[in-house]
Design a protein around this ligand. Sequence first.
Ligand SMILES: Nc1ncnc2c1ncn2[C@@H]1O[C@H](COP(=O)(O)OP(=O)(O)OP(=O)(O)O)[C@@H](O)[C@H]1O
Length: 286
Amino acid sequence: MTDTLLTISGLSAVSDRDGGSPILRDVSLTLNRGEVRGLVGESGAGKSTIAKALLGILPRTVRVTSGAIRFEDRDLLTMPARELRDVMGEDIALIPQDPQTALNPGRRIEAQLTDGLRMRRGMSKQAAHDKALALLAEVHIRDPERVLKAYPHELSGGMRQRVLIAAAFALDPKLVVADEPTTALDVTVQKQILRLIRGMQRQTGTGVIFVTHDLGVVAQICDSVTLLYAGKVIEQGSTADVLQNPKHIYTRALMAAGPRYDRPEAGLEPVPQAVFEQLRAEIGIK
Ligand SMILES: Nc1ncnc2c1ncn2[C@@H]1O[C@H](COP(=O)(O)OP(=O)(O)OP(=O)(O)O)[C@@H](O)[C@H]1O
């Protein structure tokens, strides 16, 4: 029996906004149940496009030209809209990038955490309240009664992100897409949030696609990693293999540039121009 949860095969997409230029080029990857896979690459590599495809929210201006996204035994790309609505939020959930904007500022946390439980699970108000309390306790929020009554602006960024993690795991999803969930947080809080996501994921056996710019985050939280450039998979494998024994010159150059290769620290080498030239030649772009 296989424990594959997700298989993306030969996924290609173009941007109708930019005159049909390729965004994804024959992307293939798999995710097992309980696995955390990092999607890494610099801005424009196609990470968010893959995340959006998994969540069924590709913009109209992005057109899939070939490939399939098998989730369990169904193809997310050809699934009827009704079925897709059932899968999204229930089997597949999102931890968004910016806890500031992801919560509705005009509604109390309780309403935002219990909507899904009431609508999708048919829970009574009381049962949903109790479940929301339990979820907040699981994400290590002290005084969950007070937090349930609060509006988002009354909470810190880290607290809001904990609430969003609780919301993502509320319906026991099989797949969680985490879209740079710590980018907006300061470094200490980032570490706590990463540990929390890892803990929740281990406890529930959920598969996670973790979008990040940060190889340090990959090392900390991901079992496997897929590195993209210009919509193409450049290297992928277990985190240990890729980070300890990188095969592609681009992977090696990124590692030399430090965990935040997009913002090299003083003294570290930015990715040399020659590496980009080699990459572009390999991919066949100018
Ligand atoms: N709404 C859209 N319509 C058409 N093309 C888009 C749209 N959004 C993004 N693109 C294009 O898709 C390509 C990949 O962008 P994507 O956002 O997936 O990259 P990314 O790796 O997630 O980058 P970032 O780290 O900046 O979020 C880019 O060339 C971008 O111009």
